[in-house]
Design a protein around this ligand. Structure first.
Ligand SMILES: [Zn+2]
Length: 355
């Protein structure tokens, strides 16, 4: 029914495969409150080693196209109606966007980026296995291939973008793990010049969704950053001017009076190479987040920009690790090509008598 599908259900089909393999990694990562998503760090060297760039799956192949959804964007479908209560508590389907959405007109021919053996899955999707664990996927196309057909990069038409979709969803997999196609050494040419913006930093009390005032924080808090980026090239049509996610978020805490670091740089979110598990979606995105043109119950919020809120810690941060005093919480957001911008929020820690 929707004309600009977000394909959560088939996404699960793909990601379920990775779930078992990465479950132990994810558990290990979650167990350590300060750790970056370890899967990312672990895979980065391997990805680079067997990398090698490839061109775009739509014409012109050697020119960048607008990307209306990034790798790691939130994909949220709430069961509840469009209310604040739903936003904060509703069940639904929540996942990380496991590829990029390349904005093109309906009917645009889509080509394999590497030669290989093609198969269809679902009704509107094609996967091309190019060997050595390198697979690409092309979603929302009226397929034009026979299952098992050998296809030639940038020659064989895999299909044409389905009516109403205005994009092809493109995924790159190494083995069964989705990797960021916009990382250097993958899809190209691609440039970004403007950094993502950190627009607000707030502090939630304990594990609740209630906000504490920065004027007085105590006990445990979850710092949350609102961040958004804009596509490198303007997106036409229904998805114009809607935000996309950053690739990396880090934070640190400085003492206000002299800027000295009291908590050194930590990684909060890192999809430069690969994704966290969908099961941990609400450990990375903070409740209150929703995707662009989100669906609540039976209603789709057409043209409504998403809100991207990031939990900067997996487990609440204990302010008692700091002396009572005035600090600056600094968040740095970086895109997949390394453009970054920081934003600071002053806060005051006041716990009871300290020994
Ligand atoms: Zn997509």
């Amino acid at each position: 029914m929707t004309t600009t599908g977000t394909h959560q259900s088939p996404a699960r089909h793909q990601l379920v495969i990775t779930l078992a393999a990465a479950a132990l990694l994810a558990l290990a990562s979650l167990a350590s409150s300060t750790a970056a998503p370890r899967a990312s760090a672990a895979s980065s060297a391997g990805d680079t080693a067997c990398g090698g760039s490839y061109r775009w799956p739509v014409k012109p192949f050697n020119r960048p196209h607008p990307v209306r959804a990034n790798f790691g964007d939130p994909r949220t479908t709430f069961q509840g109606p469009p209310t604040l209560a739903s936003l904060l508590t509703s069940a639904g389907e929540f996942s990380f966007h496991f590829g990029i959405d390349i904005s093109v007109p309906d009917g645009t021919p889509v080509y394999a980026v590497r030669s290989g053996r093609a198969r269809t899955f679902g009704r509107w999707n094609v996967a091309v296995d190019s060997g050595h664990g390198f697979t690409t996927q092309y979603w929302h196309i009226v397929t034009a291939i026979r299952p098992g057909q050998n296809v030639t990069a940038h020659e064989t038409i895999l299909g044409r973008v389905q009516k109403g979709y205005e994009h092809v969803h493109f995924s790159e997999l190494r083995g069964s793990r989705p990797v960021n196609p916009l990382a250097p050494g993958h899809l190209g040419p691609y440039q970004e010049h403007a950094a993502p913006q950190v627009t607000a930093i707030s502090f939630r009390v304990g594990r609740s969704t209630q906000e504490g005032l920065p004027e007085r924080l105590s006990r445990t808090i979850v710092p949350v950053a609102q961040v958004q980026d804009q596509p490198a090239l303007p997106v036409p049509g229904l998805w114009r001017d809607l935000p996309v996610a950053p690739a990396l978020l880090t934070w640190h805490i400085e003492r206000a009076k002299d800027g000295r670091d009291v908590v050194r740089r930590r990684v909060a979110f890192d999809v430069r190479q690969t994704l966290p598990q969908n099961a941990s979606f609400w450990s990375y995105y903070a409740r209150g987040s929703r995707q662009n043109m989100c669906t609540f119950g039976t209603q789709r919020a057409w043209r409504t920009p998403g809100t991207y809120l990031y939990r900067l810690v997996r487990d609440p941060f204990d302010t008692r690790a700091l002396s009572n005093g005035i600090y600056r919480f600094v968040v740095t957001a970086t895109d997949v090509r390394g453009n970054s911008a920081s934003h600071g929020q002053v806060f005051i820690v006041r716990n009871g008598a300290q020994t």
